[in-house]
Design a protein around this ligand. Structure first.
Ligand code: ARG
Ligand code: ZN
Length: 840
């Protein structure tokens, strides 16, 4: 059944205290609950429960006989205050969906967001019902954890108390044979906090970076937002089986182990950066998510958009702000623009859904963060900080809405944000078109904005678009520093007087709004910006557009790319000064982005032609600059490995050079690097080149022999093969890998490694014979009964199918239809496949 935002009604009871007692057992865990309800409005007691064996129910000690109505229990005729008691039995070992209480590698753990708590016991499983929790755990596991502060611990038992009222989705419990890597933190008001990262015995040496990242996160949130931690202990637990990245349970964050465990030999620079970013993200949720939570799940972006924005700021401060911004925009375009342009388009705040787990999307997270970035740019840094202070003081302890958030900004700044709110309620990526005229020292910029219809939203009123721009003179000097234009109408003009000569507009600096840009620009002007723009984002964008135009020309039967290749001379000259930035400028747009852009321009992308064009252009670039690449490749070798931004930047440039050089040396350098590197960044980078050059059999065998017992590293091994194989071989290789006994497909990381590795190989997934679609559909159908959440999420690989030729479309449609027809298909996957098949 579809849930609607408009149907939200306040819960008629408040909870003064929730007491839970767990008797843990893999097959028969008993959960006793004692919940003190107090009436605040007329209405029945409605509780949620799924898959529970109910042993006993009582009100104020008197047994009640209430029959569950589907997944709800309704109890009528209740007094104004009462204690509800229940005893239920659940089977954690049978829980392959990894939602509620489950077992991972012999350890008990939980995942309750969004609606997992109802798999544990009867409860008002909605985020606006908040309560202090008191939890008692009985188990023979050595380490027993829950939210809040420890009350008592003895053999076979532990008691925890969380004084901060929270919704059930923030509940967590962990029980296992775990070891802590520990430190402590003194908060800005002098309180001591014990910090623990809990891992399996033997993994302690791999947990240090996560712990250091936690300390940096705590310091940063105090400094940047004045936010202090509020319990005596902060626990993080790493688990191998987890549907998403991590979870911000109050005082007890649970993480996918790939976002905790790292050593130079087993983790890449990218892994380290993600660990730091996600540790920050979950920690920052303590204020933006936990102390202030969401009234209902339609408001998910209230906590996620803001917390992503905060973790992006954190990473920018810890590393390079320019590099972080470019990387974030690339992710946004690859995932969110793609979503916005297809059948799954929805606003950051949707107003209906069937399965909320299908809305943990790039739109809610990444676009949710972009919207906050725009707000900050419009009101300014000081007003932003004042608004956040007001948000924290006004709404602490509450479950809020986007309306509350907007009201805070209106009250703090005096601005009317009615039109701005459209960013939250309207789906689709606006297209911003700019035309320019220059006469007698006056530049006139005419802007027009349009947004194509999205499912359920045919009309798209104009939005507020902050357009940050600068002007670069013909000699490359900046004649106008960054200025923010506020566009509010469908069409609008801005003029700049007193200019000597026609300048080049450096448009959408810092990517000031999540829009696509259409403008006529000569390759010479693009090259000028690439060489001289003072805004690093706009500078990178100019080069990227130049490359993209060249690649599209080539992929559609024309010639192009010469200007980009020429302009790279300057990039290579400047490269040693900022290696990470140079690596971004050297990386050609990927096949998927080329296909998207071709489709956006109204043509049908040909995956094989795109792939061939990209490879040919790489070879040409490699040939043109072989000596420079070879010189940089040697110069960017790092001495001892440090996962900091500086070392990571050098390695990223080194690997960018290797990708070009491997087009010419047949993989010789990659072979040498694979054999000699002391870190996973370079080893994996080398291995990927060897796979692409068809020389990977021996290195893959060595890699496997070395890391066979390390699940996280073997996930990389499963991922890079379908990803980097020649498109014609990738599906066959993926099939071989899927047949291996160590393709432990019930583990989400392993499943994703192989299947998403293939779907990220654009020309392989979209193979003309439909073999990519068939393979992926087959595995989605196999996973659905086991883990619907991960199946549904991965079905979005098909969301772009309608942009390809009719033969491919028919094959993709047939694969989707087979999934749709699967008997007993989950609500999660059914919703996704139906939406994808319905089209935009
Ligand atoms: N709140 C978590 C985070 O963003 C995501 C957990 C969502 N899990 C889920 N099964 N939907 O950090
Ligand atoms: Zn989050």
């Amino acid at each position: 059944a579809t849930q609607y935002l408009a149907d939200w009604q306040a819960y008629p009871f408040q909870i003064d205290q929730t007491r839970l007692t767990f008797h843990l057992d893999p097959r028969a865990t008993r959960v006793l609950s004692q919940i003190e309800f107090r009436r605040i409005a007329p209405g029945d007691l409605v509780l949620d429960g799924v898959g529970l064996t109910t042993l006993h129910l009582a009100i104020d000690g008197k047994p009640v006989t209430a029959t569950p109505e589907g997944e709800r229990l309704v109890i009528r005729d209740l007094p104004d205050a009462f204690t509800f008691q229940a005893e239920v039995q659940i089977d954690p070992q049978a829980n392959t969906a990894l939602e509620g209480l489950y077992l991972s590698g012999g350890m008990f753990c939980t995942q309750c967001e969004a609606q997992g708590f109802r798999h544990i016991t009867w409860y008002p499983d909605r985020p606006d019902v908040m309560a202090p929790f008191h939890v008692t755990i009985h188990s023979d596991m050595p380490v027993l954890l829950s939210n809040g502060n420890p009350v008592s611990q003895s053999a076979g038992m532990a008691e925890w108390h969380d004084p901060w009222p929270k919704p059930a989705y923030l509940f967590a419990l962990v029980a296992g044979d775990l070891r802590a890597v520990s430190d402590s933190f003194t908060t800005m008001s002098g309180a001591d906090v014990a910090l623990n990262v809990w891992v399996r015995p033997g993994d302690e040496p791999r947990a240090g970076y996560a712990l250091e990242s936690l300390i940096r996160s705590m310091q940063w949130d105090e400094r940047a937002y004045g936010r202090e931690y509020d319990l005596s202990v902060f626990n993080i637990v790493a688990v191998d089986d987890f549907n998403m990245g991590a979870m911000e349970n109050k005082g007890l964050n649970i993480f996918n182990s790939k976002l905790v465990l790292a050593t130079a030999e087993t983790a890449t620079d990218g892994d380290y950066e993600r660990i730091e970013g996600v540790i920050g993200h979950e920690y920052f949720h303590n204020w933006t998510g936990n102390r202030i939570t969401c009234r209902d799940w339609f408001q998910l972006c209230l906590k996620e958009g803001l917390t992503v924005f905060r973790d992006q700021q954190f990473t920018s401060d810890m590393r390079s702000a320019a590099v972080k911004r470019i990387a974030d925009v690339q992710t946004l375009r690859a995932r969110q623009f793609r979503e916005d342009a297809g059948p799954l388009a929805h606003p950051p705040r949707p107003d209906h859904y069937q399965e909320i787990n299908n809305f943990y999307t790039a739109t809610v997270y990444e676009k949710g963060a972009e919207v906050i970035g725009m707000l900050k740019r419009l009101v300014g840094d000081d007003a932003y900080r004042a608004a956040l202070d007001l948000y924290f003081s006004r709404h602490d302890g509450q479950a809020c809405t986007i309306e509350d958030w907007i009201a805070v900004f209106q009250d703090a700044t005096g601005r009317d944000l009615t039109q701005f709110k459209l960013w939250y309620t309207d789906a689709g990526t606006p297209r911003l078109t700019m035309t320019e005229t220059f006469t007698d020292g006056t530049l006139v910029l005419d802007f027009a904005q349009t947004t194509a219809p999205t499912p359920g939203q045919p009309e798209k009123p104009a939005r507020v678009i902050p357009i940050a721009l600068g002007l670069i003179g013909p000699n490359g000097d900046q004649v106008l520093d960054t200025t923010v234009l506020e566009m509010t109408d469908a069409t609008q003009s801005f003029r700049f007087d007193g200019l000597g000569a026609r300048p080049v507009v450096s448009l959408l600096r810092g990517f000031s709004a999540p829009v696509t840009v259409t403008r006529q620009m000569s390759p010479a002007d693009q090259a000028l910006l690439l060489a001289h723009d003072t805004d690093p984002f706009a500078r990178w964008q100019a080069g990227h557009d130049l490359a993209l135009d060249g690649l599209i020309a080539r992929a559609t039967g024309a010639t192009g790319g010469a200007e980009f290749i020429r302009a790279l001379a300057g990039v290579l000259d400047d490269a040693p000064a900022d290696p990470a930035f140079a690596a971004l400028c050297l990386a050609l747009p990927g096949d998927e982005e080329i296909a998207t852009t071709i489709a956006t321009r109204g043509a049908v992308p040909d995956p094989d032609a795109i792939h061939a064009a990209r490879r040919a252009m790489m070879t040409e670039i490699a040939t043109a600059y072989e000596a420079q690449f070879a010189g940089l490749y040697d110069a960017m070798a790092t001495e001892t490995y440090h996962p900091d931004a500086k070392g990571a930047g050098r390695r990223s440039l080194r690997l960018a050079c290797l990708a070009y050089l491997s087009r010419l040396d047949g993989g010789d350098r990659a072979q040498h690097l694979f054999a000699s590197a002391d870190n996973m960044t370079e080893r994996q980078g080398a291995l990927e080149q060897l796979i692409a050059t068809g020389r990977a059999a021996q290195p893959l065998a060595e890699f496997e022999a070395q890391f066979r017992d390390n699940r996280l590293v073997m996930d990389k091994w499963f991922m890079v093969q379908p990803l980097r194989a020649a498109p014609g071989d990738a599906v066959a290789r993926a099939r071989e890998l899927a047949a291996r006994p160590d393709f432990d497909w019930k583990n989400p990381n392993r499943f994703r490694a192989l299947i998403a590795g293939l779907t990220a190989n654009h020309a392989a997934f979209h193979a003309a014979d439909g073999s990519g679609y068939d393979f992926v559909a087959e595995w989605l159908m196999k996973l659905d009964p086991v883990n619907a959440q991960t199946t549904a999420r991965m079905s979005s690989a098909f969301e772009t199918f309608a942009r390809y030729d009719t033969a491919r479309q028919a094959k993709a449609r047939a694969a989707l239809q087979r999934i749709a027809d699967l008997p007993g298909l989950s609500r999660n996957t059914a919703e996704m496949v139906t939406r994808i098949l319905a089209g935009p």
